[in-house]
Design a protein around this ligand. Structure first.
Ligand SMILES: Nc1nc2c(ncn2[C@@H]2O[C@H](COP(=O)(O)OP(=O)(O)O)[C@@H](O)[C@H]2O)c(=O)[nH]1
Ligand SMILES: [Mg+2]
Length: 335
């Protein structure tokens, strides 16, 4: 999985990159982002785990030079989710900036669709697949883009998306808006960006770029006070982690013990056998059954497994069990 940061020049892309990767002097434009999840802290405390392991994903700081034409467009093929930054600390009209940027994306997708239509029309005789359905779908998407709609939000069905496998339009993938701001700026600017994002069906989140970067340069023990100033509930890395999971339809399950507490990502709706496979192919192969308790229930029982058992909250599950967010798994296997 890959996440790419995009947005106009000087909007704060590299700042976000540094903050998410927790490195003020990072060089290069690719790194691993650890998804923050306070549940991992909590569990590792209860289990006295020697190690905490967070789910990770690759992050790319895609420079503002990234245009959306030709080669540049196809370079973005392997990005699963885009984070698009709007600069509200310096720009007079961040909403207009973001709108312009989204328009570039829409035009790029429109061009890709038009090229595809032209190609199909030219090679009509050679193509054996269900060409009429593909063509109808391309025209529908073309029409939506012409009405400034992102392809992700036009309600394409699973079957339609299947017809599109092999194509990779930018606006078919999730885009998360980030408003880069600082204390004292005009709140109207922020609400305008938020309203625009909502009208486009985009999630968006606030980011105190300058302050975050200053905090990053402090020693960990000096950071607490500053964090408070950005308001309660503001925790950029954790909020971003949650938002990415929501957009990519991922849940987090846990394995916890004295050696380590580990958070794992899994696509929602999958069975425990797939979760087992994430941990190790041997565990998947030799799966017998699993003991499952959800994090919420575990905490309600004060993190005491005996109490969890007595309350009947420790479930024994087989291969078909569908994993839920927060499930703590103890898998029995035999190889
Ligand atoms: N005042 C202020 N400056 C910021 C903020 N975020 C980023 N900057 C500065 O703006 C400049 C551009 O930021 P950068 O992250 O490099 O933007 P990029 O071009 O999108 O990668 C840098 O000098 C940052 O230090 C902010 O919230 N407030
Ligand atoms: Mg940059």
């Amino acid at each position: 999985m890959k996440i790419g940061i995009i947005g106009p020049a000087q909007s704060g892309k590299t700042t976000i990159f540094k903050v998410l990767l927790q490195s003020a002097n990072i060089t290069g434009d690719i790194g691993m982002f650890k998804f923050m999840d306070s549940r991992i802290e909590k569990l590792s405390g209860i289990f006295s785990s020697k190690k905490k392991v967070y789910p990770e994903t690759a992050f790319l700081d895609i420079g503002s030079s990234a245009g959306f034409t030709g080669k540049e467009y196809s370079k973005l093929n392997n990005i699963d989710l885009f984070i698009c930054v709007a600069n509200a600390f310096f720009s007079e009209n961040p909403k207009k900036d973001l709108e312009g940027y989204m328009m570039d994306i829409i035009l790029a997708d429109l061009e890709a669709i038009q090229n595809r239509i032209t190609k199909i029309e030219k090679e009509r005789m050679k193509i054996k697949t269900d060409i009429e359905s593909v063509m109808r779908l391309l025209k529908k998407c073309q029409n939506s883009l012409e009405n400034s709609k992102l392809l992700r939000n036009i309600g394409l069905t699973k079957d339609e998306l299947k017809l599109f496998s092999g194509f990779s339009f930018i606006s078919l993938r999730p885009i998360v808006g980030v408003i880069n701001l600082e204390e004292g700026i005009n709140m109207d600017k922020i609400s305008q960006v938020e309203e625009y994002c909502s009208s486009m069906g985009l999630s968006c989140i606030r980011f105190f770029g300058k302050t975050e970067l200053e905090i990053l340069e402090l020693k960990p023990e000096e950071r607490g006070q500053f964090s408070k100033e950005m308001g309660s509930g503001y925790n950029f890395r954790e909020n971003m982690s949650k938002l990415i999971c929501k957009e990519l339809n991922l849940l987090t399950f846990f394995t916890a013990g004295d050696k380590d507490t580990t958070g794992w990502h899994l696509e929602s709706g999958l069975s425990i056998i797939e979760a087992a496979g994430k941990i190790h192919s041997d565990i998947k192969r030799g799966f017998i059954r699993a003991e499952v308790v959800n994090y919420e229930d575990f905490i309600k029982c004060a993190g005491n497994m005996q109490k969890v058992r007595e309350a009947g909250l420790l479930k024994i599950e087989g291969k078909e069990y569908i994993v839920k967010d927060g499930d703590m798994l103890n898998i029995r296997f035999n190889i």
